[in-house]
Design a protein around this ligand. Structure first.
Ligand code: NAD
Length: 419
C-alpha cells in the first residue's frame, strides 16, 4: 500500500512492470523509476456565491526531476484523487522522454464537480489552487497545462495568480494560455491535430483511402472535437461522437463544424438532434476505421477489447486501455493497429513545450511553423516506435513506453540518486 494505491495507479504500475520485465530492469531499480518524486496535497477554501465557505482538495504530483522541469496538465473532475493524478504524471514522463522533450512528468487536479460551480466560484478555485502551489512550481521547476475540466481561461487565472505573487508577468509558468496573453498559436488544436495526423498516417500505411474511412470518437471536449475537425479535413467521415451523458450516430457522417458550434453555444451534445441520439454504451463497439477514445482512462477493458470493430485504435485519452485489454488486443487475429496514448496524444505536450520556449524567448512563431515542428516530432517518434516494435517483436505500447522508460533510466543512472 502507498498513498497512490487505487485502480488507476495500479494500472500504471502494471504497465510499467511489463516494460521493466521487457527491458530486464532489476527489481530493486524499479521503484526509483516508477514512484513519484514528490506529491503535494492542498486544501482550497473558496467563498461560495451564497456566502458559505467550501473546501476542495487539490493535488500536484511531480513524477521525476531527472530530465528537467516537470510538465503536466491539471484536471478538475469529481473522480480526481492522488492515485489518478500520480498515474497521469508517470505517463507524462514516458511520453516526454519518448518524444524527446526536456521534461519529467507531472499532473495536478482538484476533486470538484464543475457543474455545481458558477464562473466566479471556478475563478476563485483556480486562483486558490495555484496560490497553494506557488512554493512548489516555477518556470524551471514545474510547468502546468490544461487537462479535463480546465481550459485557456483557467490557465490565464493560474498565470495571473502566479504573476501577482512575483510582481511581474510570468507567462512561462503555464502553457495552454490564450494566444493574446502569452499562449502559442496551435496549442488549442495541438492534441486533436496530432491524433488525426497519426491516424491519417496509419490509414495511409494500411492502404485505406481517407474518403473510405470512418471514425468514432468518445469524448467531445477539447481533444475529441479537434480530432474530429482534423480527421474531417483529411476526408474521414465521422459517424459517431459522445460525451459523458449522450451520443450521436449518423452512418452518413455527422456535420462536425455545426456540432462544434452547437456545443460551444448550448453546452450540450444531446440537443443537437433527437433523431441521431444513440446509446453511449454502444459507441466503442461500432464498426469503423478509426476509433478515438478521447475521454477517460480505462474505457477499454478486456471485455470491450474483444468487441472492438475498428482497424485503428487512436488513443487520444490518457490510459484508455487497461493492461488486460492489451493482452486481448495482442491476441486478436484481425490485428487492430494501436497508436498508444503516450505517442497518440503527445501533440499537446509537444506544442506546450513550444509555448514555453516562445515565452522564455519572447519570440513567437507562425502557426504553420508550430504545426510543421509538431508533425516532425510525431513522425520521428512514430518511426522509432515502429522499428522498435519490429526489432523486439512487441506491441506498439511496449515499444513506445520502452523507449521512454529507457531514456529516463539511462539519465537516472548517469546522474545518481538525487533526482
Ligand atoms: P475536456 O474536459 O475538454 O473533454 C472531455 C470530454 O470527455 C467531455 O466531452 C466529456 O463530456 C467527455 N466524457 C467524460 N466522461 C465520458 C464518458 N464516460 N464517456 C464519454 N465521454 C465522456 O478534456 P480534454 O482536454 O479533451 O481531455 C480528454 C482526454 O485527453 C483526457 O484523457 C486527457 O487526459 C487527455 N489529454 C488531453 C490533452 C489536452 O491537451 N487537453 C493532452 C493529452 C491528453
Amino acid at each position: 500500500m502507498t498513498v497512490y494505491s487505487g485502480p488507476v495507479f495500479e494500472m500504471a504500475a502494471r504497465q510499467f512492470n511489463v516494460i521493466a520485465d521487457h527491458l530486464g530492469i532489476p527489481l530493486d531499480e524499479r521503484d526509483r523509476i516508477l514512484m513519484p518524486k514528490r506529491s503535494i496535497t492542498v486544501s482550497c477554501p473558496i467563498h461560495r456565491d451564497d456566502g458559505t465557505v467550501a473546501v476542495f482538495e487539490g493535488y500536484r504530483v511531480q513524477h521525476l526531476l531527472t530530465m528537467g522541469p516537470t510538465k503536466g496538465g491539471t484536471r478538475f473532475a469529481p473522480s480526481v484523487d492522488i492515485g489518478e493524478v500520480a498515474a497521469l504524471a508517470t505517463w507524462m514522463s514516458w511520453k516526454c522522454a519518448l518524444v524527446g522533450l526536456p521534461y519529467g512528468g507531472a499532473k495536478g487536479g482538484v476533486n470538484v464537480d464543475l457543474s455545481k460551480l458558477s464562473r466566479r466560484e471556478l475563478e476563485a478555485l483556480s486562483r486558490r489552487y495555484m496560490q497553494e502551489l506557488i512554493p512548489f512550481v516555477g518556470p524551471h521547476t514545474d510547468v502546468m497545462a490544461p487537462d479535463m475540466g480546465t481550459n485557456e481561461q483557467v490557465m490565464a487565472w493560474f498565470m495571473d495568480t502566479y504573476s501577482m505573487y512575483q510582481g511581474r508577468t510570468v507567462t512561462e509558468i503555464v502553457t495552454g494560455k490564450p494566444v493574446f496573453s502569452g499562449g502559442t498559436l496551435g496549442r488549442r488544436e495541438a492534441t486533436g491535430r496530432g491524433v488525426a495526423y497519426l491516424a491519417g498516417r496509419v490509414i495511409k500505411e494500411l492502404n485505406i483511402a481517407p474518403g473510405d474511412a470512418t471514425a468514432v470518437i468518445q469524448g467531445f471536449g477539447n481533444v475529441g472535437s479537434h480530432a474530429a475537425l482534423e480527421l474531417r479535413q483529411l476526408g474521414v467521415k465521422i459517424i459517431a461522437v459522445s460525451n459523458s451523458t449522450s451520443a450521436l450516430y449518423d452512418p452518413a457522417g455527422l456535420d462536425i463544424p455545426a456540432l462544434v458550434r452547437h456545443v460551444a453555444a448550448q453546452g450540450s451534445l444531446a440537443t443537437f438532434s433527437r433523431e441521431l441520439a444513440f446509446d453511449p454504451a454502444e459507441l466503442l463497439t461500432l464498426p469503423c476505421t478509426v476509433l478515438v477514445p478521447a475521454a477517460r482512462e480505462r474505457a477499454i477493458d478486456a471485455t470491450m477489447a474483444a468487441k472492438l470493430r475498428c482497424r485503428v485504435l487512436a488513443e487520444a485519452a490518457n490510459g484508455p486501455t487497461t493492461p488486460e485489454a492489451d493482452l486481448v488486443l495482442d491476441k486478436r487475429q484481425d490485428e487492430i493497429f494501436v497508436i498508444p496514448d503516450v505517442l497518440c496524444n503527445s501533440g499537446g505536450v509537444i506544442v506546450s513545450y513550444f509555448e514555453w520556449v516562445q515565452d522564455l524567448q519572447q519570440l513567437f512563431w507562425e502557426e504553420g511553423e508550430v504545426m510543421r515542428r509538431e508533425y516532425q516530432i510525431l513522425d520521428r517518434a512514430f518511426d522509432q516506435m515502429l522499428s522498435r516494435a519490429r526489432a523486439d517483436n512487441v506491441s506498439h505500447r511496449t515499444a513506445a513506453m520502452a523507449i521512454g522508460v529507457e531514456k529516463v533510466r539511462a539519465t537516472k543512472n548517469v546522474r545518481g540518486l538525487f533526482p
